[in-house]
Design a protein around this ligand. Structure first.
Ligand SMILES: Nc1ncnc2c1ncn2[C@@H]1O[C@H](COP(=O)(O)OP(=O)(O)O)[C@@H](O)[C@H]1O
Ligand SMILES: [Mg+2]
Length: 247
């Protein structure tokens, strides 16, 4: 099976070299655990390290803020967007009925799942995307009246991502210590892998952050909680015995 490398230091070797190709992975964790940084790092590394174009669908944050935030890690998204290695689709404004000044966005007439799916397909084909991110599922769910509709949307979305053959990440927010991995308790069933980011906030030296590969189909993966730092170059995963000191 071909592997799609995250390129995140310390992570790929914990799962036989990367995500299984053309599958969907859920990245789950409480707010501030680094889900957005993790998924953008996956897309960024795809573009700069592996020459694999990627699509980032942001339903939560405005693209402009994401671009600005990640300059802290030295990532120049604009440059990669111009090279057609990254496309950011702005789905953050449709739900509030605001116009977007982005090149790729949803119409301001309101959220429309089918339009979003079409846009993802169109862009994937045009740029030859190998990677995709949907950030986040709860923000997607915000557009639906009830959880049943949201679940249907998640199913449709994950099916479409599989059909177009991209290796994708969906993010979902859960409370720390929750006994589920996705907000709607359907996400974990439609994906082939679940990666959980934790933030204990207990304090002490080192880091409060850990990562856990909870499920990865067709993969022998680490079952441990690994320390994580967010530093000058983004997210890094550390060995359990390793001393980590990164500011
Ligand atoms: N430049 C940085 N250096 C260190 N930590 C950072 C930096 N930027 C963000 N963070 C950490 O990452 C968190 C935000 O990560 P984000 O991916 O947006 O979380 P999530 O999407 O899970 O809510 C911040 O709360 C902060 O703790
Ligand atoms: Mg986020």
């Amino acid at each position: 099976m071909k592997r799609i490398k995250t390129g995140i230091t310390g992570l790929d070797e914990l799962m036989e070299g990367g995500f299984p190709e053309k599958r969907a992975i859920l990245v789950s964790g409480a707010c501030g655990t680094g889900k957005t940084i993790f998924s953008m790092q996956y897309i960024y590394n795809g573009a700069v390290k592996y020459n694999e174009p990627g699509i980032y669908v942001t339903l939560d944050e405005r693209p402009e803020l994401i671009r600005e935030d990640v300059t802290r890690f030295g990532w120049d998204l604009r440059k990669l967007e111009e090279k057609k290695l990254i496309t950011i689709i702005d789905g953050s404004v449709a739900r509030i009925g605001m116009p977007s000044d982005e090149e790729f966005s949803l119409p301001m007439t309101g959220f429309d799942l089918d339009k979003l799916l079409l846009e993802i397909m169109r862009v994937t084909k045009r740029m030859g995307a190998k990677r995709a991110v949907i950030d986040s599922i709860p923000a997607l769910g915000f557009n639906f009246e009830n959880e049943q509709e949201t679940r249907k949307a998640i199913l449709k979305l994950s099916y479409m991502l599989m059909r177009i053959g991209v290796t994708s990440i969906m993010t979902s927010e859960i409370q720390e210590g929750a006994a589920k991995f996705g907000r709607y308790e359907v996400e974990e069933y439609v994906v082939d892998g679940v990666v959980v980011l934790h933030y204990s906030g207990i304090g002490g030296g080192g880091t409060n952050r850990t990562i856990h590969i909870r499920k990865m189909r067709a993969t022998k993966h680490s079952e441990d909680l690994h320390p994580v730092t967010i530093g000058k170059t983004g997210i890094k995963v550390h060995g359990i015995e390793e001393a980590y000191d990164e500011s």
